[in-house]
Write a protein of this length. Sequence first.
Lengths: 115, 114
Amino acid sequence: AQSVTQLDSQVPVFEEAPVELRCNYSSSVSVYLFWYVQYPNQGLQLLLKYLSGSTLVKGINGFEAEFNKSQTSFHLRKPSVHISDTAEYFCAVSDQGSGTYKYIFGTGTRLKVLA
Amino acid sequence: EPEVTQTPSHQVTQMGQEVILRCVPISNHLYFYWYRQILGQKVEFLVSFYNNEISEKSEIFDDQFSVERPDGSNFTLKIRSTKLEDSAMYFCASSEAGGGGTQYFGPGTRLLVL
């Protein structure tokens, strides 16, 4: 069965510092990978996704993630964070080619950017 | 930019009552989903819907739950007899395509069962 692990429940970081939010997954088949952000009282907004091709994926708001198949990871990075990046970040995985389109989510990482 | 909308934003109900959560997916999308997030826990898949029928459902989606697309725009989730453990944030999502298609999420309905 698929699962997604986000080891860090909370990550505090100072403004303009770099950040990495970790995501590891387990699956017996090839997967699609996603990062979503949730600002307070809002829905989930797609940051970026990996479907195939280049393992380095760039998304909105300066975020990027790298797919590492051997380590089954899809860590999210930003070289310099802003106060406005304070939010909850969810990693999700979806099977390729199995006819199921559901997302399996991690437990989320709360990013708090400090002034 | 088109978005998924959900109503109501908050719903308080008594245990045993029926609730209907409503969603308006993005207009040209063909795949529809419900997820829920119990406070402090992960977002969990409930059900997917395509071509006017359920395409997949999770173990959570038992006989107390049903979904419907009553017209060309709305997508509803009904809980027939709510339990305390149904208290959660319920998210609707839609996508244009199936595999690999980006799911666009609504803002959620927070359901509180007393």
